[in-house]
Every structure is written in structure tokens, then in C-alpha cells.
Design a protein. Structure first.
Ligand SMILES: [Fe+2]
Length: 309
């Protein structure tokens, strides 16, 4: 079976290709060396995420280069200002925002329970749990979501915890278990999102790989959803086995699967890592209603490119 990655140019040397076991072994060793074992190790306190000091920026970037994600913590949880995610992103080269049909006008989405939107079948606007996924897994090849941020203005009264897994760690676990899983997940027809019939969005069917290598940066990109509706996996044994292996990893209690509940003023900045969310409960009578801002970008966090490390 042939994969669909061109071997031309610098990509030919990518550690993510099965043809380069030596480069992979070196990359893997350096990746795992000093890798954080708990979500608290990802947290960096900053005074104002809209205007980081050089030292704060450096700390955030150092963690992102290791784990593809960082949690910043400000003490201004009450500040409902979309300039926080916008200006934070800009400081990391994140300028090309994805917009979707339900995003607010400025393409930074307010995630909160909204009856009208949730009635249309969009789970992110309800309080139900969200299964493991990467954002925009249904986007076309030209509009892949390489980075995203979540900023918590107000946590829920109860619940709403995220689990987070670096796609490069998922890649390592899968490749360690069976390199053929990587070959299956790099196939251009590994997963297909059928044409969208439920939201009236008229989106065409989208097929693509789970893992791909971004030609511009050499970085690993991942598309995934644990949903079983509205997703068709390639119908062969190795793809099925790879999907099951990934499900086992995501359901595990491995320390590299981080769990964190964003508190007021905290946010996640990441290269679109795998994530889920537990269900949550608002306490409307007491004014405790969860509000998070989400920004999705076509850019990757500047300074985290595989080619640059
Ligand atoms: Fe998400």
C-alpha cells in the first residue's frame, strides 16, 4: 500500500514518514524527554493576555513547543472581552480566523448554552458532553484548523472539564503499537464526513487523512472525531484496528492525557490538540452560566513548526 505524501523536498526527511525510522527515533526521544506529566505543568500565569511581556510570551511558547498546548492564567476572569483571544492569538502569528455559520460576527465564538442554536443539532452550544475530536475535522483540505484557543470568562456551576491530548503523542502511541496504523491514518481516504444533511449547511462530503504533514512547516496535523454518526471510516481491517487503538489510548488514564477545568480568566492556546469536554450544569438562578470564547485559526502557533525545532 502506498501513502499519499509526496516525497519531494524537505518532507522526504520528515520523522513522521515511516520511511525514516532513524529520524523518527531521534524526534521521538527528544519529544518525550521532559514531557509534562500533569495539566498543572502547562499553566503559566500572565498579567494581561492581550499584551504579554517578553518573558511571559517566552514561557508560553516554550511549553507549546513541547506539548502543542499551553494554559494561560490571568486574574481577570470577569473581563468579557473578545480582544483577549484575538490579541493573544496575534502575538503568536494567529491571524487567519475560521468563521462558521454560527460564529458571532467577528468569528470568535461565544460558547454558552443557547437554546435556539442547540436545537439545531450543534452540541457545542449545549451542556452535554463532547466526545474526543479535533476542531474543524470536517473542514476541507484548504481550510484545516491548525490552531485554536478557548478563553474562559465564567466556568459552569459544575462540570465542563476538558481532557487534552497532544496529537504528536497520539502518533507516538499508535506508531509504537503498530506502524501500519500510521500508514492507514495517512491515507487520503481514511475518514469521510458525509455531506451535511442535518444543519442545512449544504456541505459536500469531505474525505481526508487523520494524520498529514503540513508541507509549509513539516508539522504533523490531525483530524479526528470519536462521533460515530456522520463519519465513515475506510472499511478495511487495518483502519478499523487503528481507530480502535486510538479509542483505547483516548479512554486510558495515561498521565500524558491531561485533564483540566478552565477557571475564570484562564485559557487554552493550542495547535488544535485532541480534546473532549464533560457535561456541565449552569446555575441560572444564581447567575452562574458558563461562557467561553473560542477562536479557530488556519495558522499554526508561530515558533512551533517541526521544521524550526
Ligand atoms: Fe472542540
Amino acid at each position: 500500500m502506498k501513502h499519499n505524501i509526496s516525497l519531494a523536498g524537505p518532507l522526504a526527511l520528515s520523522p513522521f514518514l515511516l520511511e525514516n525510522p532513524g529520524r523518527y527515533a531521534r524526534w521521538r526521544e527528544s519529544k518525550l524527554s521532559g514531557y509534562p506529566k500533569r495539566a498543572e505543568m502547562l499553566v503559566v500565569e500572565v498579567a494581561d493576555a492581550r499584551s504579554l511581556s517578553a518573558a511571559e510570551h517566552g514561557k508560553l511558547l516554550t511549553i507549546c513547543r513541547k506539548t502543542n498546548m499551553v494554559i494561560y492564567a490571568t486574574s481577570r476572569g470577569d473581563l468579557a472581552d473578545k480582544e483577549i483571544p484575538r490579541q493573544l492569538g496575534e502575538q503568536f502569528g494567529l491571524v487567519h480566523l475560521d468563521s462558521n455559520l454560527l460564529a458571532d460576527e467577528d468569528a470568535i465564538t461565544s460558547l454558552q448554552v443557547v437554546a435556539e442554536k442547540s436545537g439545531r443539532g450543534y452540541i457545542p452550544y449545549t451542556n452535554r458532553r463532547l466526545l474526543w475530536h479535533t476542531d474543524g475535522y470536517y473542514n476541507s483540505t484548504g481550510q484545516q484548523i491548525r490552531a485554536m484557543s478557548l478563553h474562559c470568562v465564567r466556568p459552569a456551576a459544575k462540570g465542563g472539564e476538558n481532557a487534552l491530548l497532544d496529537p504528536e503523542i497520539a502518533y507516538i502511541f499508535l506508531r509504537d503499537e503498530n506502524p501500519e496504523y500510521i500508514r492507514a491514518f495517512m491515507a487520503a481516504d481514511a475518514m469521510t464526513i458525509p455531506a451535511n444533511e442535518e444543519s442545512g449547511e449544504n456541505r459536500a462530503a469531505v474525505s481526508g487523512p487523520v494524520f498529514s504533514i503540513d508541507p509549509a512547516t513539516g508539522s504533523l496535523h490531525m483530524r479526528y472525531t470519536a462521533r460515530t454518526r456522520s463519519i465513515e471510516w475506510k472499511a478495511d481491517d487495518v483502519t478499523r484496528a487503528a481507530v480502535q487503538a486510538l479509542e483505547r489510548i483516548l479512554a486510558s488514564q495515561l498521565p500524558l492525557v491531561f485533564r483540566h477545568r478552565l477557571t475564570a480568566g484562564q485559557g487554552l492556546l493550542c495547535n488544535n490538540v485532541l480534546h473532549n469536554r464533560t457535561e456541565f450544569a449552569d446555575d441560572v438562578d444564581n447567575g452562574i452560566t458558563r461562557l467561553l470564547y473560542r477562536a479557530r485559526y488556519y495558522d499554526r502557533i508561530r515558533g512551533t513548526e517541526t521544521n524550526a525545532t
